[in-house]
Design a binder for this molecule. Structure first.
Ligand code: G6P
Length: 465
């Protein structure tokens, strides 16, 4: 039975939920469980009987599960019509709100708010209303609801109208745009987004920088925060889970395979590795990372044959042309570097695009340097996970525009993500760091990165509500 717990005390709402389904050839449904901070955070609130996660059906398998009434206890999937969901998710959330908060618009990508956008915006409202109604139906008197992210900015205001008795929180996993950028949205849309958010009792952000940007937008465009409180919760890495998972047999196998691909320098020494793991996402700045690596090989020929850039770029949001184009560009630049500098025994860039968590952990363990250079990022958990599982210490080259910079900036080598030459210099410095200093810094990074584990992160928000 699909769970409809009509008296949930704690509810979470997010676009992507903790489970998904595939239809197998024989017609049966296969369940896949997701990971991530929210999933482990929620497990901290204890009994499933009191909690409910409301999320969207995202695939045909998910929709089929809803139709058949199949589901997990504690999860309610909403079967929002596929075209409405596509408008809300691809059209508004990922093409407009994501781009605004990450300040990704640049000629010729600036938004055009035309009739098509207005149709998509109506879908975004419908989609948000479906969540608000489901939450209103499921929540017990006085329950706490924590709504997640830019997909669901209207839900707090809508839910407040339906159920004034609830304690409503909203948490943003992205940055928030500063007023000069946020004002790009049509005035009525900007007011609706802010009004929706301000329907919450409390808003959570990953860093002070994003919280301050929201407050500034509220002051400029909505007459202030009203009664809404704003708090900062810097989600940390889940050390216990990661350390255990990173030492399972499949990760060891992936390490051996990666070492094989990386190979050894002509003098027999182990090659140094610069690793990166991202969704193939414009904000992650993968192409400039590759250009910086090329600059390094250019400026420092002594590293040729002695270093490999291990880059995992996992496809994301492939319904959107700009993501598909970006994926193709990442592959093109990697190939260019390999044909320009590669030798029979040395592939300078090892690029993998097939998502494989065990292989990501293997790269975290063996990397000498981790490159995390986003243009803008809510937090960036890779920056926090690498130091936790690194075997012998890994130097973090970190963008000052990542949320993680607020907590990790002091122990990392920090870069301006637009500055390819500066990033190449940082890579050289990182590769040249003595092993002792590298290990010491990694220890301090790991301590900072695990200061607020997911369970505590979630409980803090509930307590503050
Ligand atoms: C960002 C968002 C998350 C989202 C993730 C993956 O980190 O803040 O809410 O889950 O991207 O994006 P996707 O579109 O695949 O859910």
């Amino acid at each position: 039975m699909a769970s409809t717990n009509s008296a949930a005390q704690v509810l979470v709402a997010s676009n992507r939920g903790p489970v998904s389904y595939d239809v197998r050839e024989d017609g049966s449904l296969h369940t896949k469980r997701g990971g991530g901070g929210l999933v482990s955070g929620l497990s901290a609130i204890g009994s499933d009987a009191d909690s409910l996660w409301v999320c969207s059906a995202l695939s045909e398998g998910d929709r089929e599960a809803v139709r058949r009434g199949v589901g997990e206890a504690g999860v309610r999937m909403l079967d929002i019509p596929a075209d409405v969901h596509a408008d809300a998710y691809n059209g508004v959330a990922n093409s407009v709100l994501w781009f605004v908060h990450h300040m990704l618009y640049q000629t010729p990508l600036e938004p055009v708010f035309d009739a098509e956008f207005r149709r998509q915006w109506a879908s975004y409202e419908t989609y948000n209303r479906a969540f608000a109604e489901a939450l209103a139906q499921e929540a017990a008197e006085g329950a706490a609801v924590v709504v997640q992210d830019y997909h669901l900015t209207l839900v707090p205001g809508m839910l407040r109208e339906l159920r004034p008795d609830l304690r409503i929180g909203h948490f943003s996993h992205t940055p928030w745009a500063p007023p000069e950028y946020f004002r790009m949205l049509p005035d009525d849309v900007a007011r609706q987004v802010l009004g929706g958010m301000l329907g919450a009792d409390r808003l959570g952000f990953l860093t002070h920088r994003w919280a301050d940007a929201f407050t500034a937008c509220a002051e400029q465009f909505a007459g202030g925060l009203g009664g809404t409180r704003v708090g900062v919760h810097g989600l940390g890495a889940d050390a216990d889970f990661l350390r255990e998972r990173a030492h399972e047999a499949d990760v060891d196998e992936r390490m051996a395979a990666l070492r094989e691909e990386i190979g050894t320098a002509p003098d027999g020494a182990a090659r140094r590795t610069i690793v990166r793991v991202d969704r193939t996402e414009l904000s992650k700045n993968i192409v400039r990372g590759l250009l910086a690596y090329r600059q390094l090989l250019d400026d420092h020929p002594e590293w040729r044959e002695r270093v490999v850039h291990v880059a995992f770029a996992y496809p994301s949001r492939q319904d959107l042309a700009v993501y598909r184009d970006y994926t193709a560009e990442v592959q093109r630049v990697a190939e260019e570097i390999n044909s320009e500098y590669g030798t029979p025994g040395w592939t300078p860039v090892v690029l993998h695009v097939k998502d494989d968590f065990a292989r990501s952990l293997a790269a975290y363990r063996l990397g000498d340097v981790a490159l995390v250079n986003p243009i803008r990022d809510g937090m960036n958990l890779v920056a926090k996970e690498v130091p936790v599982v690194s075997d012998e210490g890994c130097v973090l080259v970190l963008s000052r525009e990542a949320g993680a910079y607020e907590e990790l900036g002091e122990e990392a080598i920090t870069v301006n993500p637009y500055d390819v030459i500066g990033t190449a210099r940082a890579l050289h410095e990182a590769l040249s760091m003595p092993a002792g200093e590298r290990a010491e810094r990694t220890k301090r990074l790991a301590a900072a990165a695990t200061a607020l584990p997911p369970a505590q992160w979630f409980l803090d928000q509930l307590n503050a509500l």
